[in-house]
Design a protein around this ligand. Sequence first.
Ligand SMILES: Cc1ncc(COP(=O)(O)O)c(C=O)c1O
Length: 404
Amino acid sequence: MYPDLAARFGTPTYVYDLDVVAESRDQLFGLLPEGFHLYYALKANPHPEIARELRAGGCRAEISSTGELANALAAGFAPDEILYTGPGKTDVELDLAMAAGVRLFSVESYTDLQHVGAIAEKHGTTASILLRVNTTAGSAATGIRMMGRPSQFGIDAETLPDLMPLLTAVPGARVAGAHFFTMSNAQDEDALLGEYEFVLQSAAQLRRELGLPLELLDIGGGFSSPYAVPGPRTDYPKLRLGLEMLLDLYLPEWRSGEVQLACESGRYLSGSSGSLLAGVVNVKESRGSRFVVLDAGINAVGGLSGIGRLLPAAVGIEYDGEATGPGSLVGPLCTPGDSLAKATPLPELAAGDVLTVPNVGAYGVTASLISFLGRPTPTEVVVRGGEIVSVSRLDYQRVYEVAP
Ligand SMILES: Cc1ncc(COP(=O)(O)O)c(C=O)c1O
């Protein structure tokens, strides 16, 4: 797809197309009812050019670290467009976020809330808090489930009746709403709508029974996009109308803006914008099997899969012509875990060829084992309208002296 870029910058190289980022963003806004805020989860891809493109079309930023904070600010997000989330916010991180002017935090426990409140007080301010709720159950059985079981994420819903008086009395913090992020990567539209129904029902009940404020209700995300295989982003033709009906049923005040609504997405917004150009280093036969050794393995893509976490690695490359037989795509690392696809149909390949792995704009470089075995990190090229916007590389290989 971008052979000239491989020739110019070498491999492995990621190419991110900002036109596709804009298209994904507009598509997702179009799937949501009017007035929804859409937070871009920078964990999917913190590249400031991608984040900037999303902001230009109305997205806000969801961050969970100092690095993501820096990238969100570099991308032009104002502090009041940022939501800080995550189960392990340290005092140092909170300090930096507050100093930068961030005021909206999702908290995962009473003690997390106390930390946020204490740092806000130190800065002479009050933090706005979304209570992340770990719902008692969930409706969807597919996708990556994050709630409805014991978890580091969210406050167990059944403990809220006792906790609520404590949560609303923490100095330096004001509970302003709720945050639900129950699942990721839901391909089934009915399952997603079922999940949202459960979330909206739970939020309305918490407000009614416990007086939970709902100035801002973040109902989560779950929007699916293919990962490292060809294919389009999932369409959700019933979502907008379905959500409107659910909102009218459970939180009719949404229409007046009394309850502000938000969703979050990482993979849907950036996933299909990125391709990885990987070079073939060697092709070898072993006991009747073909191994295509690439210069990009789990150090460059799918690292979370490589260590047995999340989606199984099954990279599907794009190529012209016919497959000539099965082969395994493996990376350059000295571990059998560095496998991108086993016995998959492949064309004739030789050292020096360049393969394109599509749909890796999310959970690519930064979700990989970039330091493992000390190989160079991939080059990242950002394009718009066929023109190069930026060329960069992360550098995590050097050892820095730390003062004793
Ligand atoms: C709180 C939160 N928000 C957003 C996301 C982004 O998920 P996705 O990339 O599937 O949209 C995640 C992913 O784990 C998450 O934990």
